[in-house]
Write a protein that binds this ligand. Structure first.
Ligand code: GLU
Length: 374
């Protein structure tokens, strides 16, 4: 099963609960715009190489579209489409005024020099600079990209459009970035973990945690959970066979294992999805049947985009918050969103994933109907 099809299954399950008409479903599923551009650069060797750059803008009924830019060999249109839709639901679950988008280039960054990555990023911006911006679509970091890449994006965008730090988020703190943005996704995962343990009546100190993937999200999540007195017992992929300095691609790692079989081998009682789309629907069903609680990606890892929202808002106000204030606001947003999803799951007797989709689709659906966009 491909990523977009998996995402749609989750969507329809929640849409059935909400009794959403097929007309509205069509509007909510089909991405608003999909762009595919040729990104040609000169390699350090002097050879010209071309790559495909993608940007999928999924839905804008709740605000400008928002989502990361991914540099990873597995990137293709289907994956970016699925991830763009996830961003629509994610920004809605945490109730920040955005729609969803995602972009990427299918490259292995290990094969590129620093200067090549800069050329590639700037060239990509040359190709799509008219399609994004602070009021339309705001890129941010994702797998394989970081604050430096975001700085190149801002700089290149400004060559066309003038001063505009809010055109991209996840920038270096010294260059219109936000203190606390880098740790935010992992910290959010940590907050959601503590809230889940609390709701299950489990004692936090000594709780054993295994972290699959040890890049930006995994490292910050483990740091936060360690400081919260959880016992982090494993910090790598279960098979031990994956190593990527910038972070393990959990969906890809799962795909590499025998088709869907590992859902039966998981020994955890609770799974917090820090990656995007790490669980396919059939594995989700196995977890459900085995009584394993899954906290879905669109809630669990929403801390990153929430901090991006703070960065964007502050760039537009020319005002900056302290790290403490960022953490407080982030913790509050994550905790409130968790409670809303938990209450929905309890009321409707559905999984946390379906509950998160119900909350998200409900908000996007209402905005779509109220905006009268057909
Ligand atoms: N890559 C982040 C995510 O998957 C979002 C990046 C951003 O727009 O801040 O949630």
């Amino acid at each position: 099963m491909r990523a977009f099809e998996a995402e749609q299954q989750y969507f329809h399950r929640a849409a059935d609960h909400l009794g959403i008409s097929s007309n509205i479903r069509k509007l909510l599923i089909v991405p608003k715009r999909e762009v595919q551009v040729q990104v040609a650069i000169e390699r350090d060797s002097g050879e010209v190489a071309t790559f495909i750059g993608y940007r999928v803008q999924h839905d804008s009924s709740r605000g400008p579209m928002k989502g990361g830019l991914r540099y990873h060999p597995d990137v293709d249109l289907d994956e970016i489409r699925a991830l763009a839709a996830l961003m629509t639901w994610k920004t809605s679950v945490v109730n920040i005024p955005y729609g969803g988008a995602k972009g990427g280039i299918a490259i292995d960054i290990k094969q590129f020099s620093h200067r090549e990555l800069e050329r590639l990023t700037r060239k990509f911006v040359d190709e799509i600079h008219d399609l994004f911006g602070p009021d339309t679509d705001i890129p941010g970091p994702d797998m394989g990209t970081n604050a430096e890449v975001m700085a190149w994006i801002m700089n290149q965008y400004q060559k066309y459009h003038g001063f505009s730090p809010a055109c991209v988020t996840g920038k270096p703190v010294e260059l219109f970035g936000l203190p606390g943005r880098e740790e935010a996704t992992g910290r959010g995962v940590g907050i959601i973990t503590l809230k889940t343990l609390g709701r299950l009546g489990r004692r936090i100190p000594g709780t054993r945690v295994a972290i699959q993937g040890f890049g930006n999200v995994g490292t910050h999540a483990s740091k936060f959970l360690h400081e919260s007195e959880c016992k982090v017992v494993a910090v790598s992929d279960v098979s031990g066979g994956y190593h990527r300095p910038e972070g393990i691609d959990v969906p890809a790692a799962l795909r590499y294992t025998t088709a869907h079989a590992n859902a039966r081998d998981v020994r955890a009682k609770i799974i917090i999805e820090a990656a995007n789309g790490p669980t396919y629907p059939d594995a989700d069903a196995v977890f459900d049947e085995r009584g394993i609680l899954v906290v879905p990606d669109i809630l669990a890892n929403a801390g990153g985009v929430t901090a991006s929202y703070f960065e964007w808002a502050q760039n537009r106000q020319h005002y900056s918050w302290s790290l403490n204030r960022v953490r407080q606001e982030l913790d509050r947003t994550m905790a409130e969103s968790f409670e809303t999803v938990w209450a929905t799951a309890t009321e409707r007797k559905v999984s946390l994933r379906t509950a998160a989709y119900i909350v998200a689709i409900g908000r996007v659906g209402r905005a779509t109907v109220l905006g009268g966009s057909v």
